[in-house]
Design a protein around this ligand. Structure first.
Ligand SMILES: [Zn+2]
Ligand SMILES: [Zn+2]
Length: 277
């Protein structure tokens, strides 16, 4: 007996009837040939027809890119806020002391060094993204040129600014504001952080909080239980963090038990030994 199916009875691609179908679309079930089968970043081995693969609920990483494309993030607003504060501070200093050609009054002008960078950053000029990184060092060098005695302090102050600027430079969400190409792997990390069952992360935070403050236990347990019901690895996009949800529940349950059975009697004994001494 032969297992060969006559060509007329073979399953055919819905778009290319001349091609045999090798798969079906995960979402709509359409038969797909090798040309039509489309994989979507972040969804592993699942295959889709081209229409389904273009949907924002399926290609959720592309949808995320479009959602944040050119939109200001928290860093853009923070940079704008700091820039505004510096302008207000310098204006107030000049109003108070006036601008004389003394070193001390020129010192206020060092604070204006980041202003053009900050403005350009807020307006989404790409050069400002790079210029932000050396700005704290440029300020420290300028301050050092005016006031030799404070060298150590100036460079010490520049370090946190430098670290924050580097952090901003690497931030994927911020790169989307500047309309820079971002890999689907980086988008996946961003999605994981913001949209993959965030309640489960909260459950872990409250769970660890409950170790020190048992009052947080019910919140940890509730967050954990709700997050656990949301876990659905077959959904599109998949909702995970089962482990974190369970960790939150366990910590939320164990903490009051530990406090109740061990710590409270211990505290009680210690207090009574203090009182009746
Ligand atoms: Zn489909
Ligand atoms: Zn096809």
């Amino acid at each position: 007996m032969s297992l060969e199916v006559p060509a007329s009875q073979q399953v055919r691609c819905a778009v290319h009837p001349e091609q045999p179908a090798g798969a079906t679309c995960t979402r709509c079930g359409t038969f797909l040939c090798a040309d039509c089968a489309t994989s979507v970043p972040g969804l592993g081995v699942r295959l889709y027809c081209q229409a389904c693969a273009a949907r924002p609920d399926v290609n959720y990483l592309e949808a995320l890119r479009q959602r944040y494309w050119g939109k200001r993030d928290e860093w853009a607003w923070l940079v704008a806020g700091v820039t505004l504060l510096l302008c207000v501070g310098v204006a107030a200093a000049l109003a108070q002391w006036g601008l004389r050609a003394t070193r001390q009054s020129l010192f206020a002008l060092v604070l204006l060094v980041p202003v053009p960078v900050g403005v350009a950053f807020f307006l989404g000029q790409r050069w400002a993204r790079h210029a932000l990184v050396p700005t704290p060092l440029v300020m420290a060098v300028a301050a050092d040129a005016l006031e030799r005695d404070g060298r150590f302090l100036f460079f010490l102050c520049a370090i946190p600014g430098l670290l924050i600027a580097l952090r901003i430079h690497r931030d994927v969400r911020n790169q989307l504001f500047f309309r820079l190409p971002v890999s689907s792997g980086a988008l996946k990390l961003l999605w994981e952080l913001r949209f993959n069952n965030p309640l489960a992360r909260q459950a872990v935070h409250f769970g660890f909080g409950a170790v020190f403050m048992p009052l947080l236990s019910p919140i940890a347990v509730i967050c954990g239980v709700v997050a656990l019901t949301r876990v659905d690895l077959k959904a599109t996009p998949p909702i995970g963090r089962r482990g974190q949800a369970i960790t939150g529940i366990v910590l939320g349950l164990v903490s009051p038990a530990v406090w109740g059975f061990f710590l409270v009697p211990m505290l009680d004994r210690w207090l009574s030994s203090m009182v009746y001494k």
